[in-house]
Write a protein that binds this ligand. Structure first.
Ligand SMILES: CC(C)=CCC/C(C)=C/CC/C(C)=C/COP(=O)(O)OP(=O)(O)O
Length: 184
């Protein structure tokens, strides 16, 4: 079992619903691009009698593990759908917590991501985010732009981009991803 498979199966068992993973590839091609829709963070936290933000933090922890494994698995691109324009409608304290978490994660993880050869890109409406976040995103994209090990598209404050992007890919359920990885 590869590291990625172990990660996905551990998520199924212990961290159910932390992330929904979809695969973009045709049947004939090896897995090169994995898209992750961050979902279920709130349910994960509620089940454990924790505040929703604890679920979002656990989601970021899971994401770190996915990025590490994917780079080792020769996956060339990861796209992470984190915060949609609809998510601004959530309670103020949750939105503020998510913005802070996003900013803190860039700040704390950027150096390691750069060292690990991750090329960061942002997809979404940067201009609507706070000046601090805009600056952190711009700096992280600039710093990592020449890295070649793996691309990480962070979709934050995305709108219709998701649905149009989905039309280009075939979305397969988790089981299909695991089987595909097993064949590598
Ligand atoms: C990329 C990065 C560092 C992001 C940091 C911010 C972050 C964790 C964003 C995810 C937010 C979100 C809307 C998750 C979905 O779970 P949900 O709250 O909809 O869960 P539920 O469906 O169980 O309510």
């Amino acid at each position: 079992m590869t590291k990625m498979q172990q990660l996905f199966s551990s998520m199924k068992g212990k961290e159910k619903n932390l992330a929904q993973t979809s695969l973009v590839a045709s049947e004939e091609q090896p897995v090169r691009h994995i898209a992750i829709i961050m979902d279920g963070n709130g349910r994960w936290a509620t089940k454990r009698h924790l505040p929703r933000l604890a679920g979002h933090k656990a989601g970021v922890t899971a994401l770190r593990r996915v990025v590490e494994c994917a780079a080792d698995e020769n996956i060339q691109m990861l796209s992470v759908y984190a915060f949609s324009t609809e998510n601004w409608g959530r309670p103020k304290n949750e939105v503020e917590g998510l913005m802070r978490l996003f900013w803190e994660t860039i700040r704390s993880d950027l150096e390691k991501l750069h060292r690990d050869g991750v090329r960061l890109r942002h997809l979404g409406r940067l201009y609507d985010l706070s000046p601090d976040i805009q600056k952190a995103v711009r700096e992280s994209v600039e710093l990592t732009k020449d890295n070649t090990r793996i691309g990480l598209n962070v979709c934050f404050n995305y709108g219709g981009e998701l649905s149009s992007w989905m039309r280009f890919g075939r979305l397969l359920p988790m089981g299909a991803i695991l089987r595909r990885l097993a064949r590598k």
